[in-house]
Design a binder for this molecule. Structure first.
Ligand code: ATP
Length: 198
């Protein structure tokens, strides 16, 4: 069984996934894996070079700043890049999931619903936290300014939309409250996986 965990910036997706990992659940970090695949996957590299040109790579490494600049203000270019990267990451996730032996696995993705990846998982969990707390956490972690965080939040699905689309929600305010709720969900997912023949 596959569980997708999503949430806006600073909501605590990684924190939640770490708690699941402590319970022995394998977690696929789609952001990190996308970055890895953009360099290591020959097919993906070829697709990116065909669409964006040889400048996409420099010395074998992804020319990240240049590519980010290309897609930043160009919706069509961004859609094209996503259409190359998302299928590659989901194929890699599916192959990775096959190799895992636990009752269920987790796909961590900030853009699970935005990118239409929810079809790749059996259950979805949205991590929610109050806006100001998310801004404060992100600024503390990244040292960036609050306005920049607000702009990034404005570009993501809001919590109402996440609540409407997710099967489960986890409210992440106090970490000591989060742990028992993660334990409840972990028990439920194990039970479902064992009884649904996944
Ligand atoms: P992003 O989308 O930016 O990757 P995220 O949703 O994965 O963020 P985390 O990285 O888990 O969020 O959390 C953001 C920051 O807030 C981290 O530094 C984390 O340690 C801290 N944090 C998360 N949850 C809590 C909590 N309940 N109490 C205190 N700090 C927290």
């Amino acid at each position: 069984m596959k569980v997708g965990i999503t949430g806006g910036i600073g909501s605590g997706k990684s924190t939640v996934c770490r708690l699941f990992a402590q319970k022995g659940v394998a977690v696929y970090d789609s952001d990190a894996e996308a970055k890895r695949l953009m360099t290591s996957s020959e097919a993906l590299r070829a697709g990116i070079v065909a669409r964006f040109g040889a400048e996409s790579y420099r010395g074998g490494e992804l020319n990240r700043a240049w590519l980010a600049d290309r897609v930043f203000r160009d919706d069509a270019a961004r859609a094209d890049l996503n259409a190359l990267v998302h299928p590659a990451v989901m194929a890699d996730f599916a192959a990775w999931a096959e190799r895992q032996s636990g009752d269920y696995v987790i796909l961590e993705s900030a853009i699970l619903f935005d990118a239409g990846l929810e079809g790749c998982v059996d259950r979805t969990v949205a991590v929610l936290a109050p806006l100001e707390l998310r801004i404060e956490r992100t600024c503390r972690r990244d040292g960036c300014d609050a306005e920049a965080v607000r702009r990034r939040i404005a570009a993501q699905l809001d919590d109402d939309a996440l609540c409407a689309r997710a099967d489960f929600t986890l409210v992440n305010i106090l970490e000591e409250e989060l742990e028992p709720n993660v334990a409840l969900l972990d028990r439920r997912f194990r039970h479902e996986a064992q009884h649904a023949g996944h």
